[in-house]
Design a protein around this ligand. Structure first.
Ligand code: XMP
Length: 322
């Protein structure tokens, strides 16, 4: 639309003015819409003087790494460094079951990997600017101090300790989420990124109740992909705020699949509707959609023999299980 086009063009101009004709910038991509739109705006402003970094921690959902590495790059022409750090994250998470411990480890490893990349980029010449996808509500929240209880350590991957050596470039500071999505469309970004539902920085790592392993991630990734596909096909994407799929990795139950008895794992569907994630209600997903998800998951994911639905509001339940 006209106004969105203006907003994008103004943001590009402002970034150009801030960074100047020689300056270089770094931007971490998470796979989410905010960092993607921020990066696309800065790329329009300064081209190859922006280097994006995508740390693939191996905890993303099916297809999300490819969305960044292939589709986002194709749509924007951004200069991207990809770090395949899955082994490193899995090793650091080995045997860890406590949710906050998982978050700490993932956050710590993320910072270490990102700092290594920063050093490599700086070796090619000085970098003074760090791009962040801060939105207007984030600005209000951190400045206003409304005192909302935060019972989990919600550090998004991307909050880096030595950001202070950089000047921050925050092209989305005046925008709300829906405006960021419209800007993303205006910029021609992949629809799957623009319309992606909220997804936690620690990713699937906090959707496996129990220790994280490559095999368990693979199981969850397949089940999650099926749930997402069927919810989208049913036209429920806008109605559902997010739908975590959770693997109860340490629970087993008896089933019959194919021609024999199985002793597999349950997955939990957690579809919620919400305005801001502070409170949420469980979504009344039509039974036939639930039935399709259940049938497909138990048919297509060998290790899963039971699909259960979470019917808890927030409060008392949080949206995520960990
Ligand atoms: P809860 O589970 O607290 O989640 O109801 C509220 C919203 O926050 C997301 N979430 C996280 N996001 N890092 C993130 O970046 C985290 O550690 C984290 N934990 C929860 C959750 O997906 C929901 O949208």
């Amino acid at each position: 639309s006209w106004t969105m086009l203006n907003i994008v063009e103004e943001a590009v101009e402002a970034v150009r003015a801030q960074i100047g004709p020689e300056g270089r910038a770094i931007c971490g991509l998470s796979g989410g819409v905010d960092s993607a739109v921020a990066a696309a705006i800065v790329q329009r402003a300064i081209g190859d003087r922006l280097t994006c970094v995508f740390v693939d921690h191996g905890l993303l959902r099916k297809g999300e790494a490819e969305q960044v590495e292939r589709d986002f790059v194709a749509a924007t022409g951004v200069k991207l460094r990809v770090v395949d750090a899955a082994d490193r994250f899995l090793k650091a998470l080995d045997g860890v079951t406590d949710p906050e411990e998982k978050r700490k480890i993932i956050g710590r490893e993320f910072i270490r990997v990102f700092e290594d990349e920063q050093r490599a980029i700086i070796a090619d010449g000085p970098v003074d600017f760090l791009v962040q996808g801060t939105l207007y509500p984030d600005v209000v929240e951190s400045g206003g101090g409304t005192g909302t209880a935060n019972i989990k350590s919600h550090h998004n991957v991307g909050g880096l300790p030595d950001d202070l050596q950089f000047q921050l470039v925050e092209p989305l500071r005046a925008l709300f989420k829906d405006e960021v999505r419209r800007a993303g469309e205006e910029l021609g970004l992949p629809a799957a990124m623009v319309w992606r539902q909220p997804f936690p920085g620690p990713g699937l790592g906090i959707r496996i109740v129990g220790a994280v392993s490559r095999e368990r991630l693979e199981i969850l990734r397949e089940a999650d992909a099926i749930a997402r596909e069927e919810l989208s096909r049913a036209g429920l994407d806008r109605e559902i705020w997010q739908c975590p799929v959770v693997l109860l990795a340490d629970v087993r139950s008896v089933g019959v699949q194919g021609d024999g008895r199985t002793y597999g794992h349950p997955v939990v569907l957690r579809p919620v509707s919400s305005e801001d994630a502070m409170t949420a209600d469980w979504s009344r997903v039509p039974y036939d959609v639930l039935a399709r998800i259940s049938t497909r998951i138990t048919n297509e994911v060998r290790e899963v023999n039971r699909v259960v639905l979470d019917v808890t509001s927030k409060p008392p339940g949080t949206i995520e299980w960990e």
